[in-house]
Design a protein around this ligand. Structure first.
Ligand code: PEP
Ligand code: MN
Length: 262
């Protein structure tokens, strides 16, 4: 594969692993602010929350949508944390830009659709914003690389890949199979691009999140995106995999003690 992505920048990655955390979905202003203020205490770098949720079937909770942008903006004002959310079309992009959201991520379902990726990439031309790109649901490295190239060709210099595992109907251990060789191959193809891991969506249940995080950092990933909710049992999406902020603190402390997270 011939890749020339030499002008990528890594200005948003600190000189230790980047930690992104926050709930799967924004549900209310108080949920976001409470979660964010607790996560701020444990020194995360970026606060995440999904505003538009890609659900497999209709009629479930599909995210709060526009009102949640205001909440995310308030998180930023009150905590000083940088904020990131998922963008799946040019309308989402317009709205997050109007509301000063710092960064965006492209979800696994979008990465797998070159038409959708190209529409967002066309809309983002001339905008200087970091774009995090999750792997597609299917284990096709080229599809992931293609999405990265589309944003790169639109002038985005801060591109970070997120490994969140691949669709699974085989293993009972994982919600999404890690297939570590795929992100590792991506890193060898584009060494200048930061690569982080989302252990929450690989695990699907919180008991597995620490082990996957440890493995990712052992493999030299540049950071972690871990879902955290003040009350996971009441979460409207992904309740089994979200950690309470206190549990995230324990996870990060234990990786620090093992000298894995410095
Ligand atoms: C999420 O991060 O909550 C999400 C929907 O992720 P993915 O696109 O990896 O399924
Ligand atoms: Mn989720």
């Amino acid at each position: 594969m011939n890749l020339d992505l030499k002008n990528l920048s890594s200005r948003i990655i600190p000189n230790r692993p980047l930690i992104i955390s926050g709930p799967c979905s924004a549900e209310s202003q108080s949920q976001l602010l409470n979660t964010a203020s607790q996560l701020k205490e444990i020194n995360i770098d970026i606060f995440r929350a999904g505003i538009w949720k890609p659900r497999t079937r209709p009629n479930g909770f599909e995210g709060v949508g526009l009102p949640a942008l205001e909440w995310l903006k308030n998180v930023k004002l009150e905590t000083g944390l940088k904020v990131i959310t998922e963008v799946a079309n040019p309308f989402h992009l317009d709205k997050i830009l109007e509301n000063d959201i710092d960064m965006i991520w492209i979800g696994a379902r979008t990465t797998g659709n070159p038409f959708a990726v190209q529409e967002i990439a066309d809309a983002i031309k001339g905008v200087d914003i970091p774009v995090f790109i999750k792997n597609p649901l299917i284990p096709d490295l080229n599809l992931w690389v293609g999405a990265i190239e589309r944003f790169y060709n639109s002038g985005i210099k801060d591109i970070v890949a997120i490994h969140r595992g691949f669709y699974n109907n085989i293993s009972e251990d994982y919600r999404n199979i890690p297939e570590w060789k795929i992100p590792i191959k991506l890193k060898s193809l584009i060494p200048e691009m930061p690569l982080i891991c989302d252990p929450s969506h690989i695990a699907g249940r919180k008991g597995l999140v620490t082990d996957i995080s440890r493995l990712a950092l052992d493999y030299d990933f540049d950071g972690l995106m871990i879902e955290s909710h003040i009350n996971p049992k009441s979460a409207l999406t992904d309740q089994y995999q979200q950690l309470e902020p206190e549990e995230l603190k324990i996870l990060l402390n234990s990786l620090e003690k093992e000298n894995i997270l410095k």
